[in-house]
Design a protein around this ligand. Sequence first.
Ligand code: IPE
Ligand code: IPE
Ligand code: MG
Length: 232
Amino acid sequence: VGVIMDGNGRWATSRGLPRFEGHREGAKAARRIVDAAPGLGIGTLTLYALSSDNWNRPPQEVQFLMQLLRRFLRLERDRCMARGIRVSAIGRRDRIPQKIRYLIEELESATRGGPRMHLRIAIDYSARDSILRAATRLAGNPTPSREDFALALSGGRNGAREPVRDVDLVIRTGGEKRLSDFLLWESAYAELYFSETMWPDFDVGELAAALEDFTRRDRRFGLLPQGSGTVG
Ligand code: IPE
Ligand code: IPE
Ligand code: MG
């Protein structure tokens, strides 16, 4: 499951609050969702925390997001270790503050092997940039297979040579119906769930409703609908 956690700013503005209050509440919502996800049967949860394009927001907002991220990563460390959640980050690491880079590395090694769920946090993430970098890695291979590409896309960080996996469900809150450069390769056949709820109000009940909705989808992968019989 991938989640585009959108609507923090509008949540705050509609209450006459500054945008950063929305981000603060949004971080709490993220914590709630991480807590509930393993119990709902989610194996891998990818949270879109900061897109590469989000750097272009006003510097005060970017700075606040960095502070929040630091606090989030610090708080999640013990919780995720205790609960068997493996954490990793996707996205560029060369532009984020060094302290956050260290926190991520520490979190990744402290939670390695966590069996209950894999939590992936997308920070300074751009799907198109990831695809470009993967293509560059494969420059020596003129005929890569999809598997080769999925492996290159994973970046092979921490010696973990595991290919990226397909996303089954993408949830976007905040009412917009777009992907905003999130997991484009991995979402080739993902089911999309759009919610009008602003991210800070997103709760476990709505996550469960999204998963329930997903179970009713007829996934075809280019084949015929279920139960349509044989052709010819
Ligand atoms: C999502 O909320 C959080 C980030 C992009 C970091 P927004 O900040 O985009 O909130 P809206 O879309 O302006 O309401
Ligand atoms: C997508 O939200 C990025 C995150 C939720 C982190 P944006 O608010 O940045 O996306 P756009 O600008 O509405 O497409
Ligand atoms: Mg937004």
